[in-house]
Structures are given as structure tokens and as C-alpha cells.
Design a protein around this ligand. Sequence first.
Ligand code: IPE
Ligand code: IPE
Ligand code: MG
Length: 242
Amino acid sequence: MPVNTPQHVAIIMDGNGRWARQRGMPRWRGHEAGAGAVRRATEAACRHGISCLTLYAFSSENWKRPAKEIHILFSLLRRYLVTERQALVDNGIRLTAFGRRDRLPAPVRQALCETEEATRRGGRLHLRLAVDYGARHEFIDAARALAWEAVRGIILPDQIDERSFERVLLSGTVPAPDLIIRTAGERRLSNFLLWQAAYAELYFCPKLWPDFDEGDFEAALADFRTRTRKFGSLSQAACAAG
Ligand code: IPE
Ligand code: IPE
Ligand code: MG
């Protein structure tokens, strides 16, 4: 694996609707085509020795979309989880999802559980899907969990620190993403991993998600390799120069 390869890459998969509109198709055709890009990105992540790939599949704000589009998005997600299950197992990919489950259609919840269970031994790549995920909600849940711990006497309010906060976030023990890619030219995080993104490198790609291919993935990795990560400190060269 080349030096400076990110261990954890996260992607805000955006532009499916525009992709379809440009072709005079209904928006759902863009979401359907987006599934192909998911497959390509997963394969590319495996080939490049990345250990964790997080994909933003459905945000807590995406419920504001028309019911018909939401229905199709979840049908496609379920189809992906069922049809890709064996390939994920064969390729050593462990799939997990994070986000709220209580609002998901029951067949999607079931397909998620079954795919998580079937792939749990995968050791090559951890593929994480953010489904009905929003960072603000994640923070509120985390604050609530710590407040209950304080009420029960498990933790004192003054003991709450970054570590205890991370412990109750949905990401748990998964290290923060090194690189966050967003497609379709938008330059915002849209409520994605706001805590974990604190020191992530951001990469914005103009291509629409269904067109995102291995070359684009490699371009993002090449760009990452040019970045100097300092985490508030100084670069090694600056330290050495005094
Ligand atoms: C991303 O594509 C898919 C989801 C947000 C679920 P969009 O549906 O946001 O596509 P655009 O941004 O309208 O082109
Ligand atoms: C972000 O894309 C959510 C996902 C990719 C799942 P959106 O298309 O929903 O974001 P905004 O509305 O343009 O910020
Ligand atoms: Mg969008």
C-alpha cells in the first residue's frame, strides 16, 4: 500500500437526480445507476487497501423528499442488500449500517440485519452505510445517553470529555474518516459526520455520482497524498526547522 493512503474514506454520493434529468429520465433512474457506482467504489477501495469505506445513502433530511422518491430509494437499497449479499461475503467485505432504524420500512430493516449478519466475518473492507443518518441527531442522542449515565451515577458531568462523547456516538470505535469525498460539485457536508469530520481532508469532485469511477477514486487518493495533515500541530519539516 503506498504511503499516505487513507485508512477510512467517506463519500457523500450526490448528483443522482441531476444525472437522470440530463438524460430526460425520472430521478429514480439516477438512483438506480448510482448502485453501479457503489459497486465500483467498493471494488476500488478493496484494491487500494482501504480498510473502511463509509457511504452516505440517506440523510435524516431526505425524508423531506416526495414519498414516491423515498419509496423507490428504499426499494433500491433493499435490492442492493439482497443481490449483493453473496458478492460481499465472497470478497471479504463486512457491511454495517448506522443511523436511525425505527423509521425504516420493515423489509429494509430486515435486509440490513440479514446482510450485516451474513457479512460479519469479512476482514478485507468494512463498508458502512449511513442510512437515515444525520449528525445533529447523532449529537442529540449522544448527549441524551451521557445525561442518563449522569443521572444513574455512572459518570459525573465533569468527567464528560471527547472520549466519553465518542463512546456514545453511533460510530463507536470506528476511527474518523481521513478523507471525505463529495460528488456533483456541491461543497458542503449536509449534516454528515460533523464530529468525525473535524480533521478529515475534503475532496470535491464535479462528476455526478452515477458517473464516478475508479479513475475518479484514484484522483481523490492522489490529491489526498499531496495534503499535509497537522491536526493543529506543525508539519514534521516545520518542527525540524524549529
Ligand atoms: C444523491 O443524489 C442521492 C440521495 C441524496 C439519496 P440526489 O438525489 O441528491 O441528486 P441531486 O442532488 O438531486 O442531483
Ligand atoms: C446529501 O445529499 C445526502 C446524501 C448523499 C445521502 P443531499 O442531496 O440530500 O444534500 P443537499 O440537500 O444538497 O444538501
Ligand atoms: Mg443532492
